[in-house]
Design a protein around this ligand. Structure first.
Ligand SMILES: [Zn+2]
Length: 237
């Protein structure tokens, strides 16, 4: 259990301690309480709680400080979805993945079409050599350019296919098994949550092995089954 002492004996709990990392440099975010120092009377007990980027790292990630309640609420919402109605959450997740896969497939198609165009261009260049419109040297130059462009496209296509394939394996394998397990646990009453209990949340965050990655434009919540991306501006203070 992660409890951090501040101001006397009052304890403060950071549910996501050691679970938030910076995607740019890999540094962890640490729980941090910031008190209001602006008032001279110093009677104000206003405290803000954050997860803060490890200051020892020089890093270009602009989100160095994330309000604690915002990120914890987002993680809880994500996990609750899986706990309360895994089937519905699963449909939502698959829907998002299908959309993402459709987008990648579209990009792959585009690469294939570009490669077809290059192949045609090459055939045309060969004909022009036969007709003596192109010299051998000019043809060689064109061929080199076409081969280089085709190699680049081929590599891009391969990278896109790599994105596509592991996602499907995740969907068809571990995901369905986990959904089944969750459904059964929820039906049998083994799975329940007291929304106000930090201990319960620690347990669920552990069970789901939830983690957060902070990127430049988005915050990604991983829940062991799925990933949810939210715009980073949702987490600015
Ligand atoms: Zn960083």
């Amino acid at each position: 259990m992660s409890k951090v002492k501040y101001q006397g004996n009052v304890k403060h709990t950071y549910l996501l301690r050691r679970r938030i990392t910076c995607n740019t440099c890999g540094a962890g975010y640490w729980g941090r309480a910031i008190r209001n120092h602006n008032t001279k009377k110093s009677t104000s007990k206003t405290v803000w709680y954050y997860y803060e980027h490890n200051p020892n790292h020089k890093c270009t990630n602009p989100s160095k400080r994330i309000p604690q309640h915002k990120i914890e609420d987002a993680v809880k919402t994500e996990l609750l979805g899986w706990m309360v109605d895994p089937a519905a959450k699963w449909d939502e997740y698959i829907g998002e993945k299908k959309q993402a896969s459709a987008d990648v497939e579209k990009q792959i198609k585009k690469k294939i079409n570009e490669r077809k165009k290059l192949a045609l261009e090459f055939e045309r260049a060969k004909e022009l050599v036969v007709k003596d419109v192109l010299t051998e040297a000019e043809f060689k130059e064109q061929r080199e350019r076409i081969v280089a462009e085709d190699d680049k496209l081929k590599l891009e296509e391969k990278e896109l296919r790599e994105i596509l394939e592991p996602e499907y394996h995740v969907l068809l394998g571990s995901g369905e098994a986990m959904e089944h397990e969750l459904s059964e646990a929820f039906k049998s009453g083994d799975l329940g949550v007291n929304f106000y209990s930090a201990d319960d949340w620690f347990e669920y965050i552990d069970l789901f092995d939830a983690s957060v990655r902070v990127m430049h434009k988005k915050v990604e919540i991983k829940s062991g089954i799925g990933k949810k991306s939210l715009p980073v501006k949702d987490f600015q203070s």
